[in-house]
Every structure is written in C-alpha cells, then in structure tokens.
Write a protein that binds this ligand. Structure first.
Ligand SMILES: [Zn+2]
Length: 334
C-alpha cells in the first residue's frame, strides 16, 4: 500500500469517528427540541378556549417564545462544541499524517483565529449554520401556528392538535439532526482543508473520497478519486445534506520533498511508499474487510459485528453510529 492508500484508510476511520461524535452531539441538541415538544403540548393544554382572539394570541405568543428559547438552546450546544471539535480534528489529522510518514512533515497547526472562523463561517450546503438554525426555528413556528389555526377552524380537540404537534416535532427533530450531521461533516472537511493549505509545501494536491457516502448521489459518485492540485479550485464536501464525502491530502513523493529543510530524515521504510501516487478508490465494505478485528468491533459495536458475519445487516446500518458515541475528549485522545 502506498502512503496515499494508507492516508485514505485512516481518513475513512476518522470520518467514522466523527460520525460517532456527531451521534452524541445530535442527542445533546435534540434534548432541547424534546423539551420544546413538551412546552408546546403544555401550552396547548393550558390555552383554554382558543376561539377567542385573546387566548389564541396568548397561545401563539407563548409558543413563539418557547420555540425561540429552545432553538437557541439547541444551537447553543452546537456552537459551544464546534470550535473544540475543529481544533481536535485538525490536530488529530496532523498527528495521524505525521505518524504515517514517521517524520513531522505537517509542521503547521491551525491558529485559534482560523479555528473560530471555520467553526462559525463554514457554509453548510450554501449557508452558515446560524442561518439554517434560524430557518428551522421559523419553520417550526409557522407549522405550529398553522396546526392551531386549522385545528380551531375544524373544531379539533386538544388531543388531536397535540398529535399533530408531535408529528410536526418529529419532522423538526429529523431536520435538526440532519443539520447537525451535515454541519459536523462539512466543518470537519473545512478543518482538514485548512490544515492542508497550511502545509501546502509538502502536498501535491487533494483527492475526493466518496467511500462513506452511502447514498452516493451522481454528483458525489462522479467526483470519487478525482484530484486537484493545491491552489486549484475544487468543490468542498458536503455537497448535499447527508453527504459523507471527504478530501484526502496527496503528499509529494519523497524525491519531491528532498531539499525541504528538516525533512531529510524520512525513514527508508516510508520513502518507497511516498511515491506521489493518489489513493485507489475503495468501497466501504472493501475498507471494512481490510481492518483488523479490534477496529471492526470498535466501529461496528459487538452486536453489529455479529450481524455482519451472518449477513443480516445493510450497508447503511454499518455506517450508522448511533449507540456507539464518542465524546470530544475521546476525539482528542486518539
Ligand atoms: Zn457526498
């Protein structure tokens, strides 16, 4: 295996660990929206006869405040953790790459300002995460308002409206989870790209990997294994909600690195593998097949490892990391 293939293997592993972190972060975020469901149902139950304009307006005002506060809480969890996540990811990728080469060729870390900027300004499929949170919050308010007004017009009971609120909140929570997942993956890619840019002196370019993009859309599938030179314009993953694509660094060959100060002692064992070639494209199952038993068990969890052997499991089940969460501290410990 050349160095690029080994980097690819480790990047897939890294993305899986990111998905495990994301599963835990989603839970912490969704706790706020579960609270919102309780708030809205309680407000509805306490509202009394909403056919009077005064009571209806009081209910909508209470709902508006609850939605604003709970979404602020949900977004707050995300905003608080993401800078630490960016920092942990950039540093762990740097350590991983240096570990593979056995010499610190990636010499530059991200600055605190860069980390903050990546956390707050990265565009999540076209808009900063703050805009997505605001859009989801106002969507939830619009839907709740519609449920109450239609319920009133159609003479629905409180229970009937509460059921509609429950269904609506189910959708809101799925949207929030999808936003968290896509934001985490996109931010991870932005952190890695900033790290590659900071260490451009040792890189030939970057390469797209769709290995973990289970629902690979045509656009992502067509990009798999495509490469760009450093400084060349290229698309950034995630390209769509739920995209799990990643960018891999393609290092210069050993010959191309000679002459760069401080990089003369790359060990013999690494030199040959630094052939400047790009990584071969690989499917998730091929990747999984190459991992040792401990890694498989770690990524799958013991139950799913058994299901895999018996063939009772689908590909997307294998990538799902719910129930297998990692904390920020775990990410830093790697
Ligand atoms: Zn993708």
């Amino acid at each position: 295996m050349n160095l690029s293939d080994r980097i690819h293997d480790r990047t897939v592993r890294d993305t899986l660990q990111v998905l495990r972190y994301e599963a835990g972060l989603s839970k912490r975020v969704l706790a706020h929206l579960r609270g919102l469901e309780r708030d809205l149902k309680a407000a509805l139950a306490d509202a009394g006869d909403i056919r009077t304009k005064k009571r209806l307006n009081a209910l909508l005002k209470e709902a508006q405040e609850a939605i604003r506060d709970r979404y602020a809480g949900a977004q707050g969890v995300y905003d608080q953790e993401i800078p630490q996540f960016v920092s942990a990811q950039a540093e762990s990728m740097r350590a991983t790459l240096n570990g593979l080469v056995k010499v610190d060729i990636f010499r530059h870390s991200l600055t605190t300002e860069q980390i903050q900027a990546i956390a707050s300004d990265t565009l999540i499929t076209g808009a900063p995460s703050a805009e997505w949170w605001a859009a989801q919050s106002s969507d939830t308010l619009a839907k709740f308002t519609r449920i109450v007004r239609m319920g009133m017009l159609q003479g629905q009971t409180g229970d009937e409206m509460a059921r509609e609120v429950r269904d609506m909140m189910g959708t809101s929570m799925r949207n929030a989870q999808s936003l968290v997942r896509t934001s985490v993956i996109t931010t991870n890619n932005a952190a890695h790209m900033a790290l590659y840019d900071a260490n451009a002196d040792v890189l030939k370019g970057v390469q797209w990997s769709s290995t973990l993009d289970m629902r690979t859309c045509q656009e992502c599938g067509a990009l798999d294994a495509k490469t760009w030179e450093m400084g060349e314009k290229h698309p950034m993953p995630s390209l769509h909600f739920g995209c799990r694509c990643a960018l891999l660094p393609v290092t210069k060959s050993f010959e191309e690195l000679t002459g760069i100060k401080g990089l003369d002692d790359i060990p013999e064992s690494t030199r040959a593998s630094m052939d400047g070639q790009v990584a071969s494209s690989t499917t998730y199952l091929e990747w999984l097949g190459r991992q040792d038993a401990a890694t498989k068990a770690d990524i799958l969890g013991p139950g799913r490892a058994r299901l895999l052997e018996s063939g009772k499991i689908s590909l997307s089940d294998l990538v799902d990391q719910r129930g297998n969460e990692l904390t920020l501290a775990d990410l830093r410990k790697r």
